[in-house]
Design a protein around this ligand. Structure first.
Ligand SMILES: Nc1ncnc2c1ncn2[C@@H]1O[C@H](COP(=O)(O)OP(=O)(O)OP(=O)(O)O)[C@@H](O)[C@H]1O
Length: 802
């Protein structure tokens, strides 16, 4: 390459055939093309790879990153909040200073008043005055006596104090004088070493006291000022002078002033009048951070109820700068107390996150199953034992997913027995099949019939459990973890879930019976570890019996259309009390529900955990596999476990009624019923007056009327008993050998249940098809592995309910 071909900025090398001097000259003549910033003198001599250039670049880069980070920090949420507070405080400085001065003055005045009250017994004197005006001589004498004794006690205390001071001075004075004299006459060097070190220690203490003295003297007035300002602070609720921002800053927090302001603009006349007259709301719980939001409790003024505020929820939310879903005004302990919880802006939009038991963990059903996050951001453990659930909402809002989460938790308790009935074509529970003892899914009658059979079997099981419990030492009133763990008793938890249950209750053939049985189970099964989980799209009074909605302990409502559906799921009056799933937005708030009965709180706004089972994602099956392994590990079986069969002790209703008459001539039927329930809850709890009438009718007794109320007469019962005893004498041809005790038991529910002639007819529902389990069809001579499958138990032979 000749010189002309070389680029201007090429560096000549000795190989180019130039001398060192030429090389140097050429270098000076050349010009480096650098990418330095314009305006800066080009670094002609330093090549871009020189260490100094690289170092400078690194510095520039570091500086740029630093600036970038500072900008990001400046714009971050917490910084914006800090800035807004700081700006707010700066704006308020003059006002705050004036307030502080006022507080200090008022604080001193309050101290003076307090001292005066204390010194002159002003409060007790006022009591005495009031008593005298009221003519209450006793109270006046008591107040005067109190003043006298209090003043004596006060002077006695002063005397004791003075006496102690004198004693102290008497003891200390000689010691101090001796020490002082010794130190004055004897040089330190001549003293015993221990005495010298005592003096050195005293010197050190004195030096510290001398140094700290001035500091204390200077800080004391400041402390006094702070204390006076604190004493003189505004004590009316809702007034905070340090940190409360205005509406502009409402994104960050809510305080009493903002709540009062928001309430003052709801358009509720008595509330408006209250504020107009200068009223100040009393906050029984001042606004405080509560989970992901703010909670406050307000005592409303005369003429205003919490319901009135709840009905203005959208306006209240707007006044507080929140969405309606983020604002929860509800009735407190009384109608006049408003519980208000306001979510931090936007926090409810996030999901609940991963289910805590997704990858590992086990469940104790007696402690509950994690199923969602409360509005306070805490994990809610769904109570199952002793509870029944009704889950509802508009289609596609997360009911089945919620039911699946609860069941999946239940599956992780190896002692739990699970039954699932899906009254529609939905594969939501297919992956559960290996862990389920009973599973039917489909839209045909056979599934409805199987569900009815399940309810009937659960009722039988309930009776059996009642008897087993009755035989245990101490007659425990309900199943406990300890009893459930005792396999020989068969008292383990049974969880029966019915998805789209309205299809069952509205079934033309089985609906009525299913509803009756479900009601009995819900009312009485809780004690016996039997749990019913119902999910429905349609919680109206036609689709779900009123008695069910009234008696379930846990109601869960996803987004619902109206007040009827809301109260059907959560209980009547909930809508009026401000507990409204109607505010949950369809699809936007999918997976979020309003739940009652799941905690001690009046309601919870729950973001439910979601365990996906759709679009090729299946997080459910691995948990089910784990659950099955757990069952196997504990040596249990998914199939019908052994259950202790206790011979049903024959219940003699007539004798029981006679017993609870307590020898009285006439007893009201209602009283008899409550005494019977007390006497034998397993048998009589849930009995209605018509049950009693029907039972008495068997023995020819009819309740009569006395003073307008239905009563049972002791003489009628005694006659019936005599008649019965006579007719059961051995020489009675017809009833030969039959004693009272062997006449069999009339199952409590038989009064409301009629035999089902169709049991045993062909069924066509699908069962566990995906998992290779045999379909439960009568043709194959099998029926669902039911509680009747215990050897020797009734119904084993023909599959007919007892
Ligand atoms: N907790 C949740 N978090 C996030 N998404 C959810 C949650 N629960 C449900 N979803 C979404 O909502 C969809 C519908 O849920 P799901 O099938 O449980 O509704 P559903 O109310 O039972 O509907 P349907 O009444 O039609 O049976 C799910 O496929 C899922 O994508």
């Amino acid at each position: 390459m000749n010189d002309r071909e070389k680029p201007m900025n090429a560096i000549p090398t000795p190989d180019d055939g130039v001398s060192g001097a030429e090389l140097e000259r050429k270098v000076y003549d050349a010009e480096f093309v650098t990418d330095d910033a314009p305006g800066r003198a080009p670094n002609r001599l330093r090549p871009p790879w020189s260490p100094r250039t690289l170092g400078a670049r690194r510095w520039r880069h570091a500086f740029a990153s630093l600036v970038m980070a500072a900008v990001l920090l400046w714009r971050s949420g917490p910084m914006v909040r800090v800035r807004s507070v700081a700006a707010y405080r700066v704006r308020k400085i003059p006002q705050d200073v004036a307030r502080l001065v006022w507080f200090v003055l008022r604080g001193n005045w309050r101290w003076l008043v307090k001292f005066w009250t204390w010194a002159t017994y002003a409060d007790l004197r006022a009591d005495a005055r009031r008593a005298r005006l009221a003519g209450d001589a006793e109270a006046r004498r008591a107040a005067q006596e109190l003043i006298r004794s209090d003043s004596q006690a006060r002077w006695a205390k002063v005397g004791i104090c003075l006496h102690r001071i004198v004693v102290l001075v008497r003891v200390l004075a000689p010691v101090v004088i001796v020490l002082w004299a010794l130190d004055s006459w004897v040089p330190r060097g001549d003293m015993w070493p221990w005495l010298a070190s005592v003096y050195n220690g005293l010197d050190a203490v004195w030096t510290i006291v001398a140094a700290a003295g001035p500091a204390v003297i200077y800080t004391l007035p400041v402390l006094l000022l702070v204390a006076a300002a604190f004493e003189g602070r505004d004590k009316t609720p809702g007034v905070g002078w340090l940190v409360h921002p205005d509406r502009d800053d409402a994104d960050s927090w809510i305080d009493e002033r903002m709540i009062s302001k928001a309430l003052a603009h709801l358009g509720i006349s008595p509330l408006n009048q209250f504020f107009k007259d200068g009223g100040v709301l009393a906050y029984t719980v001042p606004a405080r951070k509560d989970g992901d939001g703010t909670y406050a409790q307000v005592r409303l003024p005369l003429g205003v109820t919490a319901d009135m505020v709840a009905s203005q929820r959208p306006k209240l939310a707007a006044n507080l700068g929140r969405a309606a879903l983020e604002t929860w005004p509800t009735k407190g302990d009384e109608d006049g107390i408003l519980d208000l919880w306001v979510a931090d802006k936007g926090t409810l939009n996030g999901g609940a996150g991963d289910w805590p038991l997704l990858h590992d963990g086990q469940v104790d059903l007696f402690k509950g199953v994690p199923f969602g996050l409360s509005q306070r951001g805490l994990v809610i453990n769904a109570p199952l034992i002793g509870a029944n659930w009704l889950i509802g909402g508009r289609p596609g809002q997360g009911k089945s997913a919620c039911l699946r989460t609860i069941l999946l938790g239940a599956a992780l308790d190896p002692t739990a027995e699970l039954w699932v009935y899906v009254m529609g074509e939905a594969p939501d529970f297919e992956p559960f099949a290996p862990r389920l003892m009973r599973y039917r899914m489909g839209m045909d009658d056979a599934v409805a019939e199987a569900a009815l059979q399940a309810l009937s079997d659960l009722l039988d099981e309930m009776e059996r459990r009642g008897r087993v419990l009755g035989q245990q030492p101490g007659r425990p009133p309900k199943v406990s973890r300890r009893l459930a763990d005792n396999r020989s008793l068969g008292l383990h938890p049974i969880v029966c879930a019915i998805d789209e249950c309205h299809e069952l209750f509205q079934h033309p053939k089985y609906g009525k019976q299913a509803a009756e049985m479900a009601i009995r189970l819900i009312k009485r099964g809780r004690k016996y570890g039997i749990v019913l989980l119902l999910a429905t799209q349609s919680p109206t009074k036609d689709s779900i019996p009123r008695e069910i909605t009234r008696n379930v302990s846990c109601g869960v409502a996803f987004s619902v259309a109206d007040q009827i559906a809301n109260d059907g799921l959560l209980g009547s009056g909930k809508y009026r009390a401000g507990i409204r799933a109607t505010d949950l937005r369809m699809n936007t708030d999918r997976g979020t529900c309003v739940a009652v009965g799941v905690t001690d709180a009046t309601f919870e706004l729950v973001r439910t955990f979601y365990i996906p089972f759709e679009d090729g994602i299946d997080d459910v099956s691995p948990v089910v596999t784990r659950a099955v392994a757990l069952v196997e590990e504990t040596g249990r079986a998914i199939e019908a476990p052994h259950r202790l069969e206790i011979e049903a002790a024959p219940v003699d209703h007539l004798a029981d009624i006679n017993l609870v008459m307590h020898g009285e001539r006439r007893v009201r039927t209602q009283v008899v019923l409550s005494r019977l329930a007390e006497h034998n809850p397993a048998e009589y709890e849930g009995w209605s007056p018509s049950d009693l009438t029907a039972t008495l009718a068997i023995d020819g007794v009819r309740p009569g009327k006395s003073h307008g109320v239905m009563v049972i007469r002791a003489e009628d019962i005694a006659d019936a008993l005599t008649r019965r005893d006579d007719s059961s004498l051995p020489d009675d041809g017809e009833r030969d050998g039959e004693t009272t005790g062997t006449r069999g038991v009339l199952p409590a529910y038989s009064l409301t249940r009629s035999p089902r002639p169709d049991v045993g007819k062909p069924r066509t529902g699908r069962a566990n098809a995906a998992h290779g389990k045999p379909a439960e069809t009568p043709e194959s001579g099998t029926r669902p592995p039911s509680l009747g499958d215990i050897p020797g138990s009734p119904g084993e032979s023909d599959g007919t309910p007892p």
